[in-house]
Write a protein that binds this ligand. Structure first.
Ligand SMILES: Cc1ncc(COP(=O)(O)O)c(C=O)c1O
Length: 397
């Protein structure tokens, strides 16, 4: 019998696929997987179908169609004030997922260590393992009050560095915590990168989904000394509610771009041509759609967060992304479940209450931090959230 290669055996089926299958089996409202249940903007879809109708259906260039590379350059300039060269510093990939894989494979040698902040997005682990690297974690500690951020101890970061450390992965705004890293925190990370000659790999797929004007998204690449040692990854899916398009990109110095492309050319070579044209239209003309999305998501966050608080969850209010982390200790007690069992809680919530959420211990090496927590996605229509809240009200009894 063929068996899965050893490098993937620790990972099994992703928790997102598992909880979505369970949600489908029980007809649950799916607040587990982070995709919108509403469609992306019509003019952006029209730009992709027009490209297809024009015959732009053959392989694209390895680094991306010129229109999209140029749109990414213009957007980077608008967001950061920095000039980059689209031909040698921008690589279009099949979603941020491929950009992550290409970055790890192109940069990490077997035995190299990569630092992650936990809770981490689970595909970082697999990407590092595919490259033969070893991950080390720094914990984002759960806040003690609802509006305080998850925070790390800079000494934990300094202690995690060894002579094998090659890179630090940052994900801001952060999935699953909803944390937006502050300038002070990014400066602490940048100082460590510079002192130890490390690369920053920064996943910024939620860069436009922030809710607190006092805590704007900052790209670590813009901090002094970081432009040449940062690979900035992002994608179209979250910002434009087009998660199924899987168009992403990597921005880096020429030298680091060569590392990313060394792997990208053999992973996919290039991404879907007509969708790259749609993506170029989104980045060029899409600002009003982003503003509307952020307005809707703010209302959705406030509605779901208040409802969860009313049901006995301790809600940690997110400053970005479209996820709420909530402590389920009190609702678990009412259901007769150990508060230290996030998996049991999310399974019961899905099967018996009819609402799926994600248990978070799988996003931690130090599982005890995640066991009291569940993640709820609020990138849903208001009536979907209302249906979820109606079902969740059974938790009161
Ligand atoms: C933090 C983070 N990075 C990357 C991705 C994947 O992005 P893409 O769909 O562009 O591959 C996700 C999707 O959920 C995510 O949450």
């Amino acid at each position: 019998m063929p068996t899965t290669a050893a490098r993937f055996q620790p990972f099994g089926l992703t928790i997102f696929a598992e909880m979505t299958a369970l949600a489908n089996k029980h007809g649950a409202v799916n607040l587990a997987q982070g995709f919108p249940d509403f469609d992306g903007p019509e003019p952006i879809k029209a730009a992709a179908t027009a490209a297809m109708a024009r015959g732009q259906n053959q392989y694209a260039r390895m680094q991306g169609v010129p229109e999209l590379n140029a749109a990414i350059v213009a957007r980077w300039k608008a967001q950061t004030g920095r000039d980059i060269d689209g031909e040698s510093q921008v690589t279009v990939t099949s979603g941020c997922t491929e950009a992550l894989a290409a970055t790890f494979l192109g940069l990490i040698n077997p035995g190299d260590e990569v630092i992650l902040f936990e809770p981490y997005y689970d595909c970082y682990l697999a990407g590092i393992a595919m490259a033969g690297g070893i991950h080390k974690v720094v914990t984002l500690r759960t806040p003690t009050s609802p509006h305080a951020p998850f925070t790390f101890d800079p000494d934990d970061l300094r202690r995690a560095i060894t002579n094998k450390t090659r890179a630090i992965v940052i994900n801001t705004p952060n999935n699953p915590t909803g944390k937006v890293f502050s300038r002070e925190e990014l400066t602490q990370i940048a100082d460590v990168c510079i002192k130890h000659n490390l690369i920053a790999i920064t996943d910024e797929v939620y860069e436009r989904l922030t809710f607190d004007p006092g805590l704007p998204h900052i790209s670590i690449a813009t901090l002094p000394g970081m432009a040449d040692r940062t690979i900035t990854l992002s994608s179209l899916g979250k910002t434009f509610s087009l998660t199924g398009w899987k168009i992403g990109w990597a921005i880096a110095s020429r030298e680091l771009t060569q590392c990313v492309r060394a792997a990208h050319q053999f992973l996919t070579f290039c991404s879907s041509t007509p969708l790259q044209h749609g993506a170029a239209a989104a980045l060029t003309h899409g600002e009003p759609h982003i503003a509307e999305l952020v307005r809707d998501l703010t209302a959705a966050r406030d509605y779901l967060g208040r409802a969860l608080e009313g049901l006995g969850f301790r809600v940690f209010w997110p400053a970005g992304t479209y996820f709420i982390m909530a402590d389920h200790t009190e609702p678990s007690r009412r259901l007769g479940i150990s508060p230290a069992d996030d998996v049991a809680f999310c399974r019961r919530l899905t099967a018996d209450i009819g609402v799926a959420a994600i248990p978070t211990s799988g996003f931690y090496d130090n599982k005890h931090w995640g066991r009291p927590l569940a993640r709820f996605a609020f990138c849903k229509k208001m009536d979907t959230l209302q249906r979820a809240v109606e079902r969740l009200s059974k938790l009161r009894q």
